[in-house]
Design a protein around this ligand. Structure first.
Ligand SMILES: [Zn+2]
Length: 434
């Protein structure tokens, strides 16, 4: 048998032995029933003056497929003031029952089941602005002003994997994709950044303004983003896509390298995938302090600023390589993960393996002398050592509940996933694999 035939036979055997069944919405794992499906969210978020709490209003267009006694959706640490279901002009008031362990709320009408059809679900509530990067949270940092260091607060979101439910009640599992229209009411001098471009700014009394963003493409909840702060911006564009890098005050000069890298990477992906970047803009936000790396929020990627900013006055090849690599990874996610999303966390490697593999591929293409392929051997070894432990798991691995989703963000998912994809690509050849 020749190699191709052997591979075909092996693949056939694998398919027969245990291939994953084709995607089916109804059998995708998750806690939430699949008979009520969100189509569109309109969110209005009003942070309090102390930035410790927020008022929220979420209006969700839902489709009810079968008669249901109640609607179950995710919500954590949200205090509901009212929940109403509209099909015509007259709303049905729903009673809310929270289940802390499941991180859900069940909304039921006083009488009778909810008939199949299309509804709007309106919920008024308040929530907490966290001190840790879960949902909407505070970022404390120091800013030099008139020779003094003063404390400043920026608001940021981190939703992946299961924290969107702390900002708004919703279907916080990746298989439920819906469009979003986000509004934030903030202090007049501040800047708000979200997934989509700003569509309207209305000045309100009391030094406030209401910022509304355009309606998004359908996406999972874990990609929703909102940043509010005293931000400065570096602007550019490439192939008709507006590019911005936001930093806290006085740091935009250090964003120039990130901008230059993005202008190289984005056109390469437009060409490689043959599917253009889906949004009119790509913002990247440098978040001060914090311990996280980066998050691929669609159209509003966030980075630990130490991973994104690069001081050209103090050149460091290692730093430059890291900045380039992380941007390539996060921008690759705009396709692998955002445009096409795993249905459930068991296939997280399709997000992270592909984004990691693509970052190496991109870096090798534009900076061959960095020999990043050699470094990826190191990453593979890290995955191998994790693979040697008792906690090792298959690349594609069952995730029993969303509470366990964080467990799969490890070197096996990222680096072994990337190595596996690289192996397949080497076997088939770059063009065939593409
Ligand atoms: Zn990633």
């Amino acid at each position: 048998m020749n190699r191709a035939l052997a591979l075909a036979a092996a693949l056939l055997f694998c398919a027969a032995a245990g291939a994953e069944p084709r995607f089916s919405f109804d059998s995708t794992p998750g806690k939430l029933p699949k008979d009520v499906v969100p189509k569109h969210y309109a969110l209005r978020i009003v942070p309090s003056a102390t930035l410790e709490r927020f008022e929220g209003r979420t209006q969700i267009e839902v489709e009810v497929a079968r008669p249901v006694a109640a609607i179950e959706l995710n919500a954590v640490e949200l205090d509901f003031h009212s929940a109403r279901l509209y099909s015509g002009a007259e709303p049905t008031v729903l009673a809310a029952k929270f289940d802390r362990e499941r991180e859900t709320v069940t909304l039921a009408p006083a009488a009778g089941p909810i008939a199949p059809g299309r509804y709007r679900l309106d919920i008024d509530y308040t929530g907490r602005i966290a001190k840790h990067p879960n949902g909407l949270h505070q970022i404390l940092y120091k800013q030099r002003e008139g020779g003094q260091l003063v404390e400043r607060i920026m608001l940021a979101t981190q939703m992946e994997p299961v924290h969107a439910r702390r900002l708004f009640p919703g279907w916080d599992e990746p298989v439920f994709r819906a469009s979003f229209e986000i509004t934030a009411v903030i202090d007049e001098p501040l800047t708000a950044v979200s997934n989509m471009p700003v569509s309207a700014v209305t000045v309100l009394p009391g030094g406030k303004k209401e910022v509304t963003f355009e309606r998004s493409v359908p996406m999972p909840t874990y990609l929703v983003a909102l940043f509010v702060g005293e931000l400065e911006v570096l602007e550019d564009s490439v192939e008709g896509i507006a590019l911005r890098v936001y930093t806290v005050r006085g740091k935009t000069e250090r964003a120039r390298y990130a901008m230059q890298a993005t202008k190289q990477i984005l056109p390469f992906f437009n060409e490689y995938f043959g599917v253009r970047y889906a949004l009119p803009k790509l913002d990247q936000v440098a978040v001060p302090g914090g311990s996280f790396g980066a998050m691929e929020n669609w159209g509003a990627i966030s980075y630990n600023e130490a991973r994104l900013l690069y001081d050209e006055a103090e050149p460091s090849l290692r730093q430059q390589q890291q900045v380039y690599g992380i941007i390539a990874h996060e921008v690759a996610h705009q396709w692998f993960g955002n445009l096409v999303t795993m249905a459930w966390w068991d296939n997280l490697w399709l997000n992270e393996g592909f984004a990691s593999w693509m970052a190496t591929k991109t870096t090798q293409r534009f900076y061959p002398d960095w020999k990043v392929g050699l470094r990826s051997v190191l990453w593979r070894q890290e995955a191998m050592s994790e693979d040697a432990r008792r906690t090792a798991h298959p690349v594609q691995t069952p995730v029993a509940s969303d509470a366990r989703a964080m467990d799969v963000f490890d070197a096996i998912t990222y680096s072994k996933g990337a190595a596996l994809i690289g192996m397949l690509e080497s076997y088939h050849g770059e063009e065939v694999f593409r």
